[in-house]
Design a protein. Structure first.
Length: 123
């Protein structure tokens, strides 16, 4: 009977620690994504974001999907996650986001009023 209680306690502690790790990694992701403000993040921050996402996926795969009991499946799924995250991270670094809608230059006076009227009618 005592073994069941101890086992339940250790599972609870494990879940709480995993939850805390996921929350910490979420904070890292939020900080890394907002570090540049409106600017596009550099390669280092893209790597930080991809690394935190990889650790989060590993925790979810291992703990919440129960793949700790199937190490081969865990390794296979995590490899796929790493490949996909790597492809996304490399593509974000190599191919910058195109400016589809360039921001209009600020105008003053009658031109500014005319521009605001044109943009309000088109929306």
């Amino acid at each position: 009977m005592e073994d069941k209680a101890l086992s339940a306690h250790s599972e609870t502690v494990t879940l709480v620690l995993n939850w805390a790790a996921l929350m910490a990694l979420s904070l890292i992701l939020a900080f890394a994504a907002d570090i540049g403000g409106a600017a596009r993040p550099g390669a280092v921050w893209i790597a930080v974001i991809a690394g935190a996402a990889a650790f989060k996926s590993r925790i979810v795969l291992r703990s919440y999907l129960g793949l700790a009991k199937a190490p081969g499946a865990l390794a296979g799924f995590f490899t796929v996650v790493l490949v996909l995250l790597g492809l996304v991270a490399v593509s974000v670094v190599i191919f910058p986001t195109p400016k589809i809608f360039p921001t209009p230059k600020a105008a003053s006076g009658p031109q500014a009023v005319q521009n605001s009227l044109i943009h309000s009618r088109s929306n």
